[in-house]
Design a protein. Structure first.
Length: 94
C-alpha cells in the first residue's frame, strides 16, 4: 500500500497526547501549537513519522524530490493542480 495521509490518531476518538513524544520532524514542536495537526504522510516510523501539515507543504514547495533523506522513505505527493501549487510556492518563498 503506498504512503498516504494518516491523521495522528490512536483510536476512533482518542488523539495522541502532546506528552507522548509526537513531535514535528521539521519544526521540532509537539502537538498542534502551530494551528494545524500533526500528520504521518509517509512510511517513516517512530518520532520521524510526524510533521505539521503546513511544515510539509513548505518543505514540498522548496524541494525537487520527495524522498525523506535520512530514512529514505518514499513519499507519495498528493495530486495538485498547477495553479494551486504555484500559489503555495509564492506563499512560502516571499
Amino acid at each position: 500500500m503506498p504512503p498516504a495521509w494518516f491523521p495522528l490518531k490512536m483510536g476512533a476518538d482518542e488523539e495522541i497526547e502532546t506528552g507522548s513524544g509526537a513531535c514535528c520532524r521539521i519544526w521540532f514542536e509537539s502537538g498542534s501549537g502551530r494551528g494545524d495537526e500533526l500528520i504521518c504522510p509517509c512510511m517513516c516510523k517512530g518520532t520521524q513519522q510526524f510533521v505539521h501539515r503546513s511544515c510539509l507543504d513548505h518543505w514540498r514547495s522548496v524541494r525537487d524530490r520527495y524522498v525523506v533523506e535520512d530514512l529514505r522513505g518514499g513519499y507519495t505527493r498528493p495530486k495538485m493542480n498547477p495553479e494551486h501549487e504555484q500559489r503555495l510556492k509564492m506563499l512560502y518563498l516571499m
